[in-house]
Design a binder for this molecule. Sequence first.
Ligand SMILES: Nc1ncnc2c1ncn2[C@@H]1O[C@H](COP(=O)(O)OP(=O)(O)OP(=O)(O)O)[C@@H](O)[C@H]1O
Ligand SMILES: [Mg+2]
Length: 287
Amino acid sequence: MQVISVYHNKGGVGKTTIAVNLAASLRKGGKKVLLIDLDSQANSTFATGLMKFLFVEDDDLRDNNVYHVLESGDYNFISDIARKSDGFNQPEIDVIPSHINLIEGQYKLNQIGASKTRLVTKLKRVEGEYDIVIIDTPPSRDIYAEIALIAADALLIPSDLKPFANQGLQIVLEFISQINEFRELIGKGELQLLGVVPSKISTNARFLKYAFPKQKDAIVSRYDLPLTESIIFERAVLSQCTSNTIPMGDLEIPEPKSVLEFSPDSQSVGEFEGLTEEILEKMGRMQ
Ligand SMILES: Nc1ncnc2c1ncn2[C@@H]1O[C@H](COP(=O)(O)OP(=O)(O)OP(=O)(O)O)[C@@H](O)[C@H]1O
Ligand SMILES: [Mg+2]
């Protein structure tokens, strides 16, 4: 079992889009996949069809989410909290959902040192059940981001390669080095870098010819980070698949799908299959 965290402290760069569709693509390729949502925005939880309720009283995530996995070492194991994605992908994937209550929960977790390693310990118990675990993270440096980077074997950094995302990379690098110090303390090796995935990249021909090569060079020369060969371009299907709905009486019920399910012949699917292959190949070499 290998654990990949998808992280960048810059918001809106495509972390969730990459986490959920990478998970879907790995699952279609026959891998047993667990997706963990560690972001209180719960966008991965929504995107995998686990938040179809429209009213607070129907919220069935409040008492069964990733916070509960983190709050105790003795109970709430992965298998107690994981549920199947719903209408998202064929085959479905297992998901540990998130919840808006994670915001409040972080103060409690911050008081207990063991909170940071509970996910590591609990993931060990399901090593035989999954091939790949993907962790979606918040755009911050809070305890949930720390937990994700401590639990991961490898890190994928989606970036639109724009100036703010690039300046954020300096912070990501400092964060990684602090995480590595902590990992050494707990006898875990250094976090492996799968690299920066160019994400939400414009398909404009002039941009791709003149600006994009320079933006890519900067990642390697200025931040000394590897880039993935795979590129996730900006394509409407990638937001449409998540905002898909179905009518039910007078209501529109969310019916989010992976892009592989929503638009199997789209270019995005080809791009995600390429990314999946590249990641599996890199992870294979790391073992
Ligand atoms: N490649 C893409 N093409 C088109 N739209 C995209 C693409 N990637 C992401 N988006 C859209 O951009 C928005 C932000 O994407 P996403 O939620 O994946 O980013 P994020 O990094 O997870 O954000 P946050 O930091 O808030 O968690 C969403 O509306 C999503 O549908
Ligand atoms: Mg997100």
